[in-house]
Ligand binder design. Structure first.
Ligand code: GDP
Ligand code: GDP
Length: 431
C-alpha cells in the first residue's frame, strides 16, 4: 500500500477530469507507476511536482446522467473522497456551475478534506471573468486552468503541493497513531504533577486504561472524558506517586522532553509558591520548540496570600513569555479548585491545533489585512494552509517581507480564526 499523500480529482462527467490528470502527468510530472484503481472507473497514478511525490486518483464518472445523485452513486463518491488528502474539484467554467456541480460540491465539502476548486476550460484570458460565478459553490476561490492547453496548471500544482500533508516527522507506533489527543504533563519535581493527575482522573470517574507507552518502560494512560478520549503520556511516575530522590531532577526533565516530542498538548505545571524558575523557563522553551500548544497550570494557588497574587501572575507572564498565547490557569491540585477548567482548555487548544482554514476564507483574511496595512515593499498574492498540528501557512509573496510585517500577518490570522491557544507557523515563498 502506498503511503503517499492522495490527491483525488472529482467532478461531474465531461468537465475535463481525465484531461487534467493527463496534463499533470504528461507534461511536467514523471509517471512512476500506473495501476488499476479500486473500481473500473478509477485510475490511479503516482506523480510528482517540484520534488513532492503524491498519488493522483481520477474518480471517473461517479455521477449519474440526471441532475440528482442516487444514494448508491453518492455513497461511492463519498468513499472515493474519504481517502483524499486534497480534492481537486473540477468544474467546466465555459458552462458555469450546474445543479450537478452543486450536488457534487456538497459531497466534496462534507468530506471535510481540503478542496481546490479548479475552473477548467479557461483556454485564454477572455474566459477568466466567468470563473467568479463559481464562488457560489462554496468551495473558495476558483483556480482557472486549461487542461487542454496547460494554462494555469503550474500555479494550481504549486498550490496543491503546499496543501499536501508533510511526511510525518517521527514515526509513531500504530497503536498510538489513532487520532487521540496526546497530553504531556510536565514540570519540575514537587510542583504537584502526581497530585494533579490523580485528581483529574479521580474527578473524571471514567474508564481509565494504562497501556505501554512507546518508549522503554513507560506507561501511558487513556482517559475517556465526556468530550472524548485523552492519552496522557508517560504517567508511570505519576500513577505510582513515585517520590523524587536527590539527583532525580535531571532525569525527570529528560523524560519530560521525550514526552513533549510525542505530545499534541503540554500541561506545564508551575509551583505558584516558587514562581517560574529557570528550569520552568527551559521547559517552556522546549514546549515552544516542539510546536505544540501549552496550558500553564499555576498550582498550589491555595498557598498564595491574596496580596501577592497580582505580582505572581505578572512574574509568570514575563518569565514564560514565549508561551505568549498559552492560557494560565490558577489551580489547587490538593483541594481540587480550578481543576475543572483544565479539560475544556485542553480541548480548546486541541481544536485550534488541528484547525484547518478553508483557502477562500484564508485569502479573504489576507486581503483584508493587507487593505488595513499594506506591506512597505511587497504584496502577498495568496496563502494556503499547508499543514495542521500546528496550523502552518505558506504565503506566496512578490518580494521580501519584514519580520514585523510577518508578525502582523500571524497576529491577524490568529485573531480572524480564533486560533488563540495554538502556536502557528508562517512560511514565505517568494516568486
Ligand atoms: P471527464 O469526463 O471529466 O474526465 O472529462 P474529459 O477529460 O474526458 O473531457 C471532456 C471533454 O472536454 C473532452 O472533449 C475534452 O477534450 C474537453 N476538455 C477538457 N479540458 C479542456 C480544456 O481545458 N479546454 C477545452 N476547450 N476543452 C477541454
Ligand atoms: P510532583 O513531584 O510534581 O508529582 O508533585 P506531587 O504531586 O508529589 O506534590 C508535591 C507536594 O506538593 C506534595 O506534598 C503535595 O501534597 C503538595 N501539593 C500538590 N499540589 C498542591 C496544592 O495544590 N496545594 C498545596 N498546598 N500542596 C500541594
Amino acid at each position: 500500500m502506498s503511503s503517499l499523500p492522495v490527491v483525488v480529482i472529482a467532478g461531474r462527467p465531461n468537465v475535463g477530469k481525465s484531461s487534467l490528470l493527463n496534463r499533470i502527468v504528461g507534461r511536467r510530472i514523471a509517471v512512476v507507476e500506473e495501476h488499476p484503481g479500486v473500481t473500473r472507473d478509477r485510475k490511479s497514478v503516482q506523480a510528482e511536482w517540484l520534488g513532492t511525490p503524491f498519488e493522483l486518483v481520477d474518480t471517473g464518472g461517479w455521477m449519474t446522467s440526471g441532475d440528482e445523485l442516487d444514494d448508491k452513486v453518492s455513497a461511492q463518491a463519498e468513499r472515493a473522497l474519504t481517502g483524499a488528502d486534497v480534492i481537486l474539484f473540477v468544474v467546466d467554467a465555459s458552462v458555469g456551475a450546474t445543479d450537478q456541480d452543486a450536488a457534487a460540491a456538497r459531497i466534496a465539502k462534507r468530506s471535510g478534506r481540503p478542496v481546490l476548486l479548479v475552473a477548467n476550460k479557461v483556454d485564454d484570458a477572455s474566459h477568466e471573468n466567468a470563473i467568479w460565478e463559481l464562488l457560489k459553490l462554496g468551495l473558495g476561490d476558483p483556480h482557472p486552468v486549461s487542461a487542454l492547453h496547460g494554462r494555469g496548471t503550474g500555479d494550481l500544482l504549486d498550490e496543491l503541493v503546499a496543501l499536501l500533508p508533510e511526511a510525518a516527522p517521527t514515526p509513531l507506533g500504530d497503536e498510538e497513531d489513532d487520532g487521540t489527543t496526546r497530553v504531556a504533563i510536565v514540570g519540575r519535581p514537587n510542583v504537584g504533577k502526581s497530585t494533579l493527575f490523580n485528581r483529574m482522573i479521580g474527578e473524571e470517574r471514567s474508564i481509565i486504561h494504562d497501556m505501554p507507552g512507546t518508549t522503554r518502560d513507560s506507561i501511558d494512560t487513556l482517559v475517556m472524558t465526556d468530550d472524548g478520549p485523552l492519552r496522557f503520556i508517560d504517567t508511570a511516575g505519576m500513577r505510582r506517586r513515585a517520590r523524587t530522590e536527590r539527583g532525580a531532577e535531571q532525569h525527570s526533565v529528560i523524560r519530560a522532553l521525550d514526552s513533549l516530542d510525542r505530545a499534541d498538548i503540554a500541561l506545564l505545571v508551575v509551583d505558584a509558591t516558587v514562581g517560574a524558575s529557570h528550569q520552568d523557563q527551559r521547559l517552556a522553551e522546549r514546549i515552544s520548540a516542539a510546536g505544540c500548544p501549552c496550558v500553564v497550570l499555576l498550582n498550589k494557588w491555595d498557598l498564595i496570600p491574596a496580596d501577592d497574587r497580582e505580582s505572581i501572575l505578572t512574574g509568570i507572564g514575563e518569565k514564560l513569555a514565549f508561551l505568549g498565547t498559552a492560557p494560565v490557569l490558577k489551580i489547587s491540585a490538593a483541594s481540587g479548585r480550578g481543576v475543572h477548567k483544565i479539560l475544556p482548555a485542553i480541548f480548546e487548544a486541541s481544536d485550534a491545533y488541528h484547525h484547518r482554514i478553508p483557502t477562500g476564507a484564508l485569502n479573504r483574511a489576507i486581503r483584508d489585512l493587507q487593505a488595513r496595512h499594506p506591506a512597505p515593499s511587497a504584496r502577498i498574492r495568496y496563502a494556503v494552509q499547508g499543514a495542521i498540528d500546528p496550523p502552518t501557512f505558506t504565503l506566496f509573496v512578490s518580494g521580501r517581507l519584514p519580520q514585523t510585517y510577518l508578525r502582523y500577518v500571524e497576529r491577524s490570522i490568529r485573531e480572524a480564526f480564533e486560533l488563540g491557544p495554538t502556536p502557528i507557523k508562517i512560511r514565505v515563498r517568494i516568486g
